[in-house]
Design a binder for this molecule. Structure first.
Ligand code: PEP
Ligand code: MG
Length: 841
């Protein structure tokens, strides 16, 4: 291929220039040349050529120099494959020497000529001769006197006069830039940005248009959109008598480009140049099919385009720009969908700490639910509720959360826990509520009893102190940094509508309450894929009834209490059916161990004894009886359904009665009922028989008919392995990858946060498997379950409802594995919709 990529070649419309051989800047310049834009003559050096230069082999520079007018000054700029990988800084005004200086004093004036020479000597000294920049500290700014001082300083430091031969200067510049790219720190830096170990560097040698001299001269940048909002807005900077990126310098008194100028605008100084510039920018947008920032020079009122780079953009701007390009017919809808990274939608839908805000980091943990929140510290759920009642935003701090904290979480602006991982209670509830949440902040000390939070650096925070949690990065911050508001806008809605047209896998939401369901509708989920019914029992009025049910000694006593829970559950379900308007609603029967509903503290137990009118000792005894060494693997899920069947009977009845009521308003509702934690076929048979009996009873009592779909949650490894014998009994299998991951690894989802970051840092796990599906291990079980399940029941619906359902990488796996839909927290539905569309395109 070497013949095809000459070491150095003039950029013309037909030159063999490619991003993969000469880098992105060279390729972009060729595109601009093809558009007939006024681009200065440029020679591109290939990756191979630059690599040889670093190794000590200089190509014949006379060939390069022969492409330029011998009067011309040159600049060299880096051209890596991906501009994000960086590269050595540009060096301007190569070719300046004493003789050129004298000539230029005549044509440009002494000041301008001196400024050009000075800039070159200074950057040559620092970047090529590697002198300490301090050497020039004493040199006065600018002007001819400074020039002779700096030339003397150079000679004094190097014992050589400043090189005068342009060819020698160019060779030295090329060599230093080529070697800078090969240096260890540069290599590590770009690898951290995703560059491969052998990433190449191209260089472009371009004729300088000086930007200083007679008439209106200067340099600047221009773009057609605002980088933060993505809205059309001519923005940029221009500085008369300047070069390079001077116009962007902090101290530069830049003139504004637009009409609303406070000083003199470029439009006033050089109206033709300004008009040309706008026309060039508009042409580049259409022909390069991207919003570009133009780097330009004005020379005596005429404009030259030195370069174009992709406009930097916030998440919000990325969406707006992609949608606007597609709406203008510049790119297709599919391309617009592909251009937006699905992960960034998480940022868009939540408040964020402003990118340039100062961060006083006092601790860090797992970024469990995105978005940032500021509030006063509270240490109890009750404290959070009191704070909300006062209208004061608060951050709820707990060692870990339990169902008892849910109401406090509702009241808080954000949640911070010492323990836990990506699928622990606080994390799951936080994501469900769209509430910023950090878990497993194990480098902070939580003195819960003393109501103190101790930062990693020893600072102590007490109730009422203001902190901020950044659930997107996992950082805990002192005080109240500046925030960027969530930006759900029309462009996002448009993009997601296009995503729905393109994708070929269903997206449902995990929603437990009417509020969640409203959110699911708002984000256009196609139904509810998981309603965790136990969350409905934590309403204050219900918790006591629930506890009473747990304390019932006999099945009939229990049934009597359940009678009181029945209408409450029925209303919950009817409300969900009403909100979802005929879309599928998948209700999971009761899952957690019962003791989660009992008070753990002595005070709580005393209060319960008063509420139920029984001795405290009875309460304590019952709590102790129900205590389990390993509750995640104890009496919960279907095991409760088999051994305490009255609970599931009540839930089934509530579902069926709600079905009949909701069906009166519209299309008949077909509820989906899901059995959790199954590990054996017989469990399904037993539960199914009872649910069928309840259905028959309700139909008989009401004299009305309905159908329902019964399904099984595959969340134990055995259920995946035995999917073949389970599937004939069910209409659907929904893979609960939270528990499946926990049980496949033997890794507690509530405790893994303590060591997860170390495990990931040391490469034991490539990622937190509770966050990104472990396709090698857990994924094998999924594939096996899918195959065996489908083989024995071709009509079965397959889905995933663990937290992985909202993760783009995991959605790709599910689509390949043949799942019909994924279900995730409502706030992750937009991410899932976009990610799914990108997979289908
Ligand atoms: C699961 O285990 O994947 C699941 C969805 O259920 P939960 O998170 O409620 O245990
Ligand atoms: Mg589970």
């Amino acid at each position: 291929d070497f013949e095809q990529t000459p070491p150095a070649c003039l950029i013309t419309a037909t030159a063999p220039i490619a991003t993969a051989t000469h880098g992105g800047r060279a390729k972009c310049l060729q595109r601009l040349v093809r558009l007939d834009l006024p681009v200065p003559r440029t020679v591109a050096l290939s990756f191979d050529a630059v690599h040889s230069i670093a190794e000590g082999q200089m190509p014949d520079l006379d060939v390069v120099l022969s492409e330029f007018d011998h009067e011309a000054l040159l600049c060299v700029r880096p051209s890596s494959e991906d501009p994000d990988w960086g590269g050595p800084g540009a060096i301007l005004n190569i070719g300046m020497n004493d003789a050129r200086y004298v000539d230029l004093c005549d044509s440009l004036g002494r000041e301008a000529a001196a400024a050009l020479y000075l800039r070159f000597v200074q950057s040559y000294a620092v970047h090529v001769a590697r002198l300490d920049p301090d050497v020039f500290d004493d040199v006065e700014d600018g002007g001819p006197d400074a020039l002779s001082e700096i030339l003397h300083a150079y000679e004094a430091e190097t014992d050589e006069p400043f090189p005068q031969d342009p060819s020698e200067q160019l060779a030295a510049v090329l060599r230093s830039m080529a070697r800078a790219w090969e240096g260890t720190s540069a290599r590590l830096l770009r690898q951290a940005k995703g560059a491969p170990a052998d990433a190449g560097l191209g260089l472009v040698v371009q004729e300088m248009i000086p930007g200083v001299g007679q008439g209106e001269c200067g340099s600047g940048v221009l773009q057609l959109v605002n980088s933060t909002t993505g809205m059309p807005q001519l923005t940029g900077r221009y500085l008369s008598q300047s070069q390079g990126r001077d116009a962007l310098g902090a101290g530069a008194k830049a003139l504004y480009l637009g009409k609303d100028a406070r000083g003199l605008s470029l439009e006033e100084l050089a109206p033709e140049a300004f008009a040309d510039l706008k026309a060039h920018a508009a042409l580049m947008r259409v022909k390069l099919r991207e919003e570009m920032q133009l780097e330009f020079v004005v020379e005596n009122g005429r404009v030259h385009i030195l370069d174009g780079v992709r406009v930097t953009r916030s998440a919000q701007a990325a969406v707006r720009i992609a949608v606007a390009l597609a709406e203008d017919g510049v790119i297709s809808k599919e391309e617009a969908l592909m251009r937006v990274d699905a992960h960034i939608l998480n940022e868009l839908l939540h408040r964020q700490v402003a990118p340039d805000a100062k961060r006083d980091v006092i601790g860090r943990g797992i970024a469990a639910s995105p978005g940032a929140a500021t509030g006063k510290l509270v240490f109890t759920a009750a404290g959070a509720q009191a704070s909300a009642a006062r209208g004061e935003p608060c951050i709820l701090v707990r060692r870990e959360t339990s169902p008892e904290d849910v109401r406090g979480m509702h009241a808080a602006a954000g949640v911070l826990t010492e323990k836990g991982g990506m699928t622990s209670h606080a994390a799951v509830i936080g994501r469900g509520l769209g509430l910023p949440c950090i878990v497993g902040a194990s480098n902070m000390k939580f003195h819960s009893k003393r109501k103190m939070l101790e930062a990693a650096d020893g600072r102590v925070f007490k109730p009422g102190d203001t902190i901020t949690i950044d659930g997107s990065s996992g950082q805990v911050l002192a005080g109240q940094p500046q925030m960027l508001e969530a930006a759900e806008d029309g462009a996002l809605l448009t993009l997601l509508t296009w995503a729905d047209e393109a994708r070929d896998i269903g997206i449902r939401a995990n929603a437990d309450t009417p509020e969640d369901a409203e959110m699911a509708r708002k984000f256009n989920a196609q139904g509810i894929g998981l309603c965790r019914t136990e969350h409905m029992f934590f309403e204050p009025g219900r918790l006591t009834v629930m506890r009473e049910m747990i304390f019932a000694e006999t099945p009939s006593g229990r049934a009597a209490v359940l009678e009181r829970l029945l209408p409450m559950q029925r209303d919950d379900f009817r409300e969900l059916f009403r909100i979802m308007e005929g879309m599928p609603v998948c209700i999971r029967l009761f899952d957690p161990p019962l003791h989660e509903f009992l008070p753990a503290t002595k005070t709580g137990q005393r209060e319960l004894s008063e509420a139920l009118g029984i001795p405290v000792s009875d309460v304590t005894r019952r709590v102790e009886e129900m205590d389990e060494y390993n509750p995640m693997l104890g009496l919960r899920g279907v095991r409760l359904g088999v051994t305490v069947p009255e609970i599931y009977d009540m839930q089934a009845r509530a579902i069926f009665e709600a079905t009949l009521e909701a069906s009166k308003w519209g299309e008949p509702v077909v509820p989906e009922i899901m059995i959790p934690l199954v590990s054996a076929k017989r469990e399904v048979e037993l539960v199914k028989a009872r649910i069928d009996a309840v259905a028959a009873a309700v139909k008989f009592e009401r004299g009305e008919d309905f159908t329902y779909r019964l399904g099984v949650m595959v969340e134990t490894p055995r259920a995946a392995l035995r999917a073949g014998e389970i599937s004939p009994h069910t209409a659907f299998l929904s893979f609960g990858t939270n528990d499946l991951t926990q049980m496949t690894y033997g890794l507690s989802r509530d405790d893994a946060g303590r060591f997860m970051s170390q495990y990931v840092n040391q490469g034991v796990f490539p990622e937190d498997p509770f966050h990104v599906l472990d396709t090698d291990g857990v994924g094998e079980l999924l594939k096996l379950g899918v195959r065996r399940g489908r083989e024995e029941n071709g009509a079965i619906t397959l889905s995933i409802c663990g937290e992985h359902g909202g993760n783009p990488e995991s959605i790709a796996f599910c689509r390949d594995a043949g799942f019909d839909y994924v279900s995730c927290s409502p706030f992750r539905v937009p991410v899932a919709r976009l990610a799914a569309a990108q997979l289908a395109i």
